[in-house]
Design a protein around this ligand. Structure first.
Ligand code: GDP
Ligand code: MG
Length: 300
């Protein structure tokens, strides 16, 4: 064994927490690159995405989770739950993200899963930038340290990148020796096609907020380079005619805006000029059809 192989460390880090506490924001900051979508609307991250960070001898493999869901009726929620539960097993450390002050039933459910995981736990108390003063954090700290006496508690602001160094140091303390699983320049296990579809989904969610009960699914129909330009056609799938009208908007204005914003992000991601075509189609029942979900890549 060579010196470098002896020093190499590699480990899996699960990022868990109820929807909207800031998991994706945290992951993007830790990686220093945007691979997971964020939005004010809960439940925007549907599948586990690996974010890989290699620095010198250490490789951290982060697993962003779709959150644990209460409503098991719909196939899509069952998929999301299974993905989150499997993410929490077989990892070297769990980062449990909670809010600086709010504690809901959904947090309680995730806490239950975290307790069962068996891995060491770091609790990242997020959104501390919103605190008026530090004393306001005391009740939350007390409750959490009683509940998780073994856990390391670290107040952070994922959005403003505050105290993320401390968080990273705490994570590193649990990363075992081992050779790296991924090449050092790889930052995610997802394909460019997948990331591009996620960008479209993010823009739809940002534009429409609460108007869509479920975010639309996005299928990439074409992804090819012609010279220096990447040509992308994306199909937006919705459940009902009404939703199609909402996405398209008055004289197509909404869809145009979604397309413009998505194209800019895609150009940054792909570091190339992008020609983007968006289509909206009604496919009834896609969110409750296990087979349709698999064909869209929602698989374990
Ligand atoms: P997720 O559902 O847990 O992945 O949450 P997201 O990362 O998508 O974040 C949900 C919302 O919370 C977004 O609007 C974020 O901008 C916001 N957010 C995340 N972290 C922070 C933070 O540290 N401070 C503040 N003020 N907002 C945050
Ligand atoms: Mg998320």
């Amino acid at each position: 064994m060579t010196d470098t192989e002896q020093q190499a460390r590699c480990g899996y880090v699960a990022i868990v927490g109820r929807p909207n506490v800031g998991k994706s924001t945290l992951l993007n900051h830790l990686l220093g690159q945007k691979i997971s979508i964020t939005s004010r609307k809960p439940q925007t991250t549907r599948q586990n995405t690996l974010g890989i960070k290699t620095e010198g001898d250490v490789q951290l493999i982060f697993v962003d989770t779709p959150g644990l869901h209460t409503n098991q009726d719909k196939a899509i929620n069952r998929f999301m739950n299974r993905a989150a539960e499997s993410a929490i097993r077989d990892v070297d450390v769990v980062v449990f993200v909670v809010d600086r002050s709010v504690w809901t039933d959904a947090d309680e459910r995730v806490a239950g899963e975290v307790s069962k995981s068996g891995a060491p736990v770091i609790i990242a108390i997020n959104k501390t930038d919103r605190l008026e003063n530090k004393a306001a954090l005391v009740p939350q700290l007390q409750t959490l340290s009683r509940r998780f006496p073994e856990a390391t508690l670290i107040p952070v602001s994922a959005l403003h990148g505050q105290h993320l160094n401390e968080l990273e140091q705490a994570i590193l303390a649990h990363i075992p020796q081992g050779t790296h699983y991924f090449p050092e320049d790889q930052i995610t296990d997802r394909t460019q096609r997948y990331l591009v579809a996620e960008i479209v989904r993010e823009k739809i969610t940002r534009q429409l907020g609460a108007e869509l009960p479920y975010e639309a699914a996005v299928e990439i129909e074409e992804f090819k380079y012609q010279g220096k330009v990447c040509h992308i056609s994306a199909l937006i799938l919705v459940e009902r005619d009404g939703q199609k009208k909402i996405i398209i908007g008055e004289k197509g204005a909404r869809l145009k805006k979604i397309g413009q914003q998505a194209r800019l992000d895609m150009e940054k991601l792909l570091e190339s000029k992008v020609m983007l075509n968006l289509w909206v189609k009604v496919r009834r029942g896609w969110s409750d059809d296990e087979r349709a979900l698999r064909s869209l890549g929602y698989d374990e």
